[in-house]
Design a protein around this ligand. Sequence first.
Ligand SMILES: C[S@@+](CC[C@H](N)C(=O)[O-])C[C@H]1O[C@@H](n2cnc3c(N)ncnc32)[C@H](O)[C@@H]1O
Length: 169
Amino acid sequence: MTNGWTNEAAIGRWDAIPRAALDALEPDGGFAKRALLNPALLRLAGDLRGRRVLDAGCGTGYLSRMLAARGATVVGLEPAGELVRYAAGKPPPDGPPVHYLQADLCAPPGLAGAFDVVVSSMVLMAEPGLDPAVLDSAVTAAAGDDGARGYVHLPNFCVLLAERMRSGS
Ligand SMILES: C[S@@+](CC[C@H](N)C(=O)[O-])C[C@H]1O[C@@H](n2cnc3c(N)ncnc32)[C@H](O)[C@@H]1O
């Protein structure tokens, strides 16, 4: 059910958010994320040192930078060009640099097996054209054949975490 609201239109809205509004959410996504979401996500993600993480629908990239500051090599995937540019313009984290990729999860680029952990925070509900099954299969592919996935739904949030299980790690 999209009520005529298209993928392109939704991405266009994300592109049009004023910079001042984005700045107001730095450096940690704002109050709700600071208080509720970030602690849960970081706890679920566990020790990220040396791990390859995809932040699918990264927006301003605040979470990508938090994950990189914990030692992960992070790719922030985001379809809205203005948000990609905003994210790329932020000072690098105290950790491995974040790479940003302008791409759409409705037509996911070939990422198969490229990541150990996939996080998609508050994205599923933001995208009318994004079939959960499409996101699910994109995340499964990114996490690799031996990936194990878990979903966590918090009030008003949708968090998807896919963890590739690697023996000995
Ligand atoms: C509520 S914001 C969350 C951004 C970021 N994950 C965060 O927690 O700050 C939703 C994000 O989903 C992105 N998005 C919308 N449609 C998408 C799609 N088809 N593929 C990937 N990301 C998408 C938007 O551009 C926006 O950055």
